[in-house]
Design a protein around this ligand. Sequence first.
Ligand SMILES: [Mg+2]
Length: 194
Amino acid sequence: MIEALPKPTKEELNARAARVRLLVFDCDGVLTDGGLYYGSDGELMKRFDVKDGHALVMARLVGLPAAILTARTSSIVDVRGRELGLAAILQGKKEKGPALDELLSQFSIPAESCAYMGDDLNDLGPMSRVGLSACPADAVVEVRQEAHFVAQSRGGHGAARELVELCLKASGRWEDVVGLMKRSESKSSRVGLK
Ligand SMILES: [Mg+2]
């Protein structure tokens, strides 16, 4: 039986979230529901969530960049990541620890200013190092035990959005997002749903 870490209080969680300057997401099972759709030529499709995508765009627009860090490699992830304007897309990273270091050095931030959301055992390494660790509701039990923040939503069904909202609300930027969207209503929507 693995000893569960005590979860931070709401105040502690908000303090951690307010410090976040970079959001890092695993892909399969976090930004997707983990389903891999295969044809005879290999992987054909993944399913992403439009509300997660929109939240990532909003975060970027108010100065909080996001990155994907995944052990698998798929051109689908590049397409989706580019569409959302993600700051970095690291694929084929079987060793996620050194890849996280790469990101931290690229963005010149300490691990305490980074949030990482993962769903499986190979995410435990980066999760144990960052200032805010998070996971979807349907992450494996060891990951749910480790995470500072367990989303109520499942992977590919709003979990990423919950993390974005937590960070933007804790740092007082959520109002900026809402204001931005209200203003964009009157213009011919430069900020479309992604
Ligand atoms: Mg995963």
